[in-house]
Design a protein around this ligand. Structure first.
Ligand code: GLA
Ligand code: ZN
Length: 676
């Protein structure tokens, strides 16, 4: 449990009372929070300037008042440290807190998430205010969890970052010769003789618009370094808080597949993962599902917090559509079904000015409870209340894992060639989506995860194979596991240097193939996957696009061949028996029919069955606890559907009734079913 002071799914969100100077409003907030079943408010996210009006003065009385006012009314606090936007006086007095952007421009005061992570001033004052807050609120009964800063992200290219980068490199490589080797600086005469010849890679040096670099080695290392620099800032605050509060959990809010930070590394420093979920109206629901699974995977399956979602609309998308009636509730249960133990919103009261005044909130500008949004929030609040602690800490048990790796993503996307259209996250999502549609539960895992608990491990576009990973895959397959990887895998090591001797490099042995060449065509151009024989639902021809590895079997069975072009007849899908297991290779990017057939066959082979067979557009996910399972059935359709539960008898948690046989589920409806 995140904190046993509140043994239920937390319901609440970001609350910025400092934007309102009226105790009538604060009283009204509390009245409405109670009506909506809100029991947690995230306070102090952007109040650094208010907390610290100058270098030596700190003022937390306003915060005492807010925390107490809420607590007296049964509402707990998720306490933020306020360091995600520095005060204007600090930028004026200490310009080292200001970032230098990708174009080399020194920023002025403004916006947020704006501090240079290697600024001595920023680090000193961020750590100090975290410590002051910890000293003051360490024993406050209202505080459930600490929320460090907010949505860390963005890179800086200033001179102090550049210096710190050189230090980081020195620690990592020890000698300049080792750097030259790792980055292959013999290319284009880049040999470095002194550490201070190395400069930050941005548009003034190695990089171009659109995440393209002339030197992947330095660019990948800069991303690692920036991720580490921001993580160091988080750790400074973490440790300052920890010194005073040994037990209260500490987190920071992540952003799903956000590209800039290596979240697997970050999660190790977090007591609980929390994240902000902002799909748009056309985000595939399976993409959101995948992202929840990824956030759960960061800490090997531990429940996470949904720290933010909008009750209705965003302000920062091009078209900020409202969540249709029922969708906020439906997506909230999607999060819970995939491991969330909290449902929190951004934000509780809509701002009166600045860029978030059109961002949805529990309390809208009209200021009363008679709105569609408020009523939906209140209904959910009531339901979450009645669920009590039933679902808290329940785990998701998956037999299939999909590998996701931030460094691999950086490497894949920073390459020059073979195709600008290659998008790591969408290739991963294609496989996820096929399994999602089959109602098979999936874990999203990092490369450090133990593979032995899975029957099937899928690693789409595993371009970068880190040291030891190929051996880990071999051991997994040898012991009976099924491994699948795709085109453009096994190409480079962790320094982005090609593994010589034939693609897919270190994975060649387990896959039993050799990829001789890689063709790239415009994504509109396709080739065909021609099945050699019918296999389950797979028969005849399918289409594929993007990249096309020209492969030879070195012992692998050829399941399908290319249908056209000069490599017509060469293998496109292979399976290699290796020890007690099998390793599949898919040499191009297939259409969704093929992927569903393939995933279906592999699951069948491994005896992995769907959670439930449901109509299209219905999602299933399951959590388990104390020998009891909780099956979530989520109807994303605009129409009612019939769900066949067979002859099992279930208790439905939201309605509190017994169900069996065929039940009808309304548009955007939710069932939470437990047997017995
Ligand atoms: C992010 C931030 C919030 C708010 C929301 C708006 O998630 O953390 O402060 O700006 O976006 O969607
Ligand atoms: Zn900097």
């Amino acid at each position: 449990m995140i904190n046993d002071k509140l043994p239920k799914i937390w319901h609440g969100g970001d609350y910025n009372p400092e934007q309102w100077e009226s105790s009538a409003i604060w009283d009204e907030d509390v009245r409405m929070f109670k009506l909506a079943g809100i029991d947690v408010a995230t306070l102090n996210v952007f109040s650094w300037a208010l907390n610290q009006p100058d270098e030596d003065t700190y003022n937390f009385e306003w915060l005492d008042d807010k925390i107490n006012r809420l607590h007296e009314n049964g509402i707990y606090t998720c306490l933020a440290t306020s360091t995600a936007a520095h005060p204007a006086w600090m930028a004026k007095k200490y310009p080292d807190v200001l970032r230098v952007d990708f174009y080399g421009r020194k920023r002025k005061f403004g916006s947020r998430h704006n501090s240079c992570p290697n600024s001595p001033t920023y680090r000193k004052y961020a750590e100090r205010i975290a410590e002051k807050l910890a000293e003051r609120y360490k024993d406050h009964p209202a505080v459930l969890i600490w929320h460090v800063s907010n949505e860390y992200g963005g890179y800086c290219y200033c001179d102090q970052c550049q210096d710190a980068f050189r230090e980081w490199l020195r620690e990592k490589y020890e000698t300049i010769e080792a750097v030259n080797k790792a980055w292959n600086t013999g290319f284009w005469g880049h040999t470095f003789y002194e550490w201070d010849e190395i400069v930050a890679p941005n548009i003034l040096s190695e990089e171009r618009e659109g995440e393209v670099s002339d030197f992947q080695g330095i660019s990948i290392d800069y991303r690692r370094f920036m991720s580490d620099s921001l993580l160091d800032c988080y750790k400074l605050e973490y440790n300052a808080i920890r010194k005073h509060t040994p037990n209260t959990p500490i987190t920071t809010n992540l952003m799903g597949t956000f590209p800039m930070l290596d979240y697997f590394k970050w999660a190790k420093e977090m007591d609980v993962v929390s994240w902000d979920n902002y799909p748009s109206i056309d985000t595939p629901v399976s993409f959101t599902a995948m992202t929840h699974d990824l956030m759960r995977g960061l800490k090997s399956g531990l429940p996470f917090m949904l720290m933010e979602q909008t009750p209705s609309q965003q302000n920062w998308q091009p078209y900020n559509s409202l969540k249709r009636p029922g969708v906020m509730r439906l997506w909230s249960y999607q999060a819970v079904g995939r491991g969330a133990d909290t449902i929190l919103y951004f934000q509780l009261r809509r701002s009166v000015g600045a860029c978030e005044k059109y961002h949805g909130a529990v309390i809208e500008h009209v200021g009363n409870e008679h709105t569609r949004v408020f009523k939906e929030v209140a209904q959910l609040g009531q339901e979450l209340g009645s669920l009590g602690d039933t679902l808290l800490d329940a785990r998701v048990n998956a037999k299939v894992a999909i590998v996701y790796d931030w460094e691999n993503r950086w490497a894949t996307e920073l390459t020059s060639g073979p195709s600008v259209a290659l998008d790591y996250v969408s290739e991963v999502h294609k496989y996820y989506d096929a399994l999602y549609k089959l109602n098979v539960q999936v874990d999203m895992i990092g490369v450090e995860e133990d593979l032995s608990k899975y029957d099937v491990v899928i690693a789409p576009v595993l371009y970068m194979v880190k040291s030891g990973y190929a051996a880990k895959v071999e051991a997994f397959v040898e012991n009976g596991g099924t491994f699948l990887t795709t085109f453009f895998s096994g190409i480079v090591n962790e320094n982005d240097l090609v593994t010589l001797g034939g693609y897919p490099g270190e994975l060649r042995n387990v896959l039993g193939i050799w990829a001789e060449e890689i063709d790239a065509l415009h994504p509109d151009e396709t080739n065909q996957i021609v099945m050699k024989e019918n296999w389950g639902n797979l028969k005849g021809e399918y289409s594929c696009n993007l990249l096309f590895d020209l492969i030879h079997s070195e012992g692998a069975e050829v399941l399908a061949t290319y249908g056209s072009d000069f490599y017509q007849g060469m293998p496109v899908v292979t399976a290699n028996q290796f020890g007690k297991g099998k390793a599949y290779y898919v040499a191009s990017s297939p259409d969704s029919d093929f992927l569903q057939g393939l995933m279906d066959n592999i699951c069948e082979e491994k005896g992995i069955s769907p959670l439930l067979r449901v109509p299209e557009g219905v999602e299933t996910t399951e959590r388990a606890k104390d020998g009891q399972t909780y099956l979530f059935v989520l109807n994303h359709n605009k129409e009612q559907v019939a769900i066949d539960l067979g002859n099992k008898k279930y208790q439905e948690l939201l309605q509190g009734n017994q169900v069996t046989g065929t039940v009808s589920l309304e548009a955007r409806g939710v069932l939470i079913l437990t047997e017995g």
